[in-house]
Every structure is written in C-alpha cells, then in structure tokens.
Design a binder for this molecule. Sequence first.
Ligand SMILES: [Zn+2]
Length: 167
Amino acid sequence: MPQSKASDSARGHWPECDNLYFLPMLSFQFLPPRTSRCDCCGGTATRLQGYVYRDGVNHAVYFAQYTDIHPERIVSFVVSLGEWGKGGPEGKRVAFVLALRKGEDNLEMTVTDSVDSPWKRIRLLGQMLDREEALAHPWLKEVFLITEQVFQQDAEVLRYFNPTAAS
Ligand SMILES: [Zn+2]
C-alpha cells in the first residue's frame, strides 16, 4: 500500500500563508480509476476520485478526468472543500474547478468557470464557483496545495502526465 505523506513542494509558494496552510499534513485515499468512451473523440476517458484528509480528518474530495488521445494533455479537475468530515450538508461545501497541465518543471493550474466542468451537475460537491469567485475565495490557497499534492501522488495522474515513465 503506497504511503501517503505530506510533501514539502508547496513550501515557499505561499510565503504569505498563515500557519494553518503552511505545513499541512495531508493524506489521500485514491479510488480505483473508472474508464468510459470519450464523448468527443471515442478515446478512453478516465475518471478519478480521491479523498483528502487533513490530520486524519476527512477534508476534501476531488474528481479528475482526462482522455488518452487528446492532443493536449489536460486534466479536468474539481476540488470540493467544506464539511466533509461531519457529514455536513452540501450547502456548506464549495467546489473549485481547475484545468491542469504539466508545465516545464511544475504543474500549471488554471481556475475555470463551473460551466466548463464535467461535474457541474453534481450537487454533492456543493456550490461550484466560477473563476472570479474562486480567485477571490480564501480557500483557494488550500485548493492549490491539495491539487499540487494530487499531482505528485496520484499514480493515475502521474501516469497520464508522464506516459513514457513507468507504463
Ligand atoms: Zn475526446
């Protein structure tokens, strides 16, 4: 079983962060990937889901989706933060929509509008923010931290972005 551990990579990216965000002990539970046929091209679309824990407490949920044969490798991504740990109502959850690309030496994260998300109708994720709302939201830093760690630790995401590496 792969050992999840908090990575140091995000350190220094957000020097203005308070301690709450500075050294998060995040761990992940990755669900098995599910595949289907891509609507636009007939390629294989892969959907991922993962749970994020902070100090052992259920903290966030993410979904990711990509298609193997698309010319540009982009992962559609959504992170829902809020009252996951307490079985809280979805009204207290907020979802951030991102498009992920692999840059020269790090992950490029673009915040997008909810209309662009494959999960825009999934009410369980809570209120899905548009780009402007997301960029102004105090939880955005946390979303970036989580997303960077998913990029480093989710084996399926790694495989997609590094197709020649380990397959
Ligand atoms: Zn397609």
